[in-house]
Design a protein around this ligand. Structure first.
Ligand SMILES: [Zn+2]
Ligand SMILES: [Zn+2]
Length: 95
């Protein structure tokens, strides 16, 4: 028999899409579903899972250039400008 189980699917908290571009729509465990979403440029921000279309720059709200995992520990979408800003956050001592 096939026992019906509980499956996990990434769902965008903003637009509700479940489309990660994957061949699969559901996974047997939450971590696998999240991994798949992250691999497809989805992003978890402030406890919300957002598809690429719904992500905006964490700083200015513009269309981000980085999707999913941001640079370093900044797990946020960032636009070009603010990605540079985040990368430059380390003291660089620009002469
Ligand atoms: Zn969305
Ligand atoms: Zn920005």
């Amino acid at each position: 028999m096939i026992r019906p189980g509980t499956y996990y699917s990434p769902v965008c908290d903003k637009c509700g899409t479940t489309d990660t571009g994957s061949d699969y729509e559901a996974w047997a465990d939450e971590a696998a579903a999240l991994d798949e979403a992250i691999a497809a440029d989805w992003c978890e921000v402030d406890g919300q899972l957002l598809c690429p279309k719904c992500q905006v720059c964490h700083v200015c709200g513009e269309q981000p250039r980085t999707f999913g995992i941001g640079p370093g520990d900044n797990n946020v979408p960032l636009c070009w400008e603010h990605e540079r800003h985040y990368e430059a956050e380390e003291p660089t001592d620009g002469q």
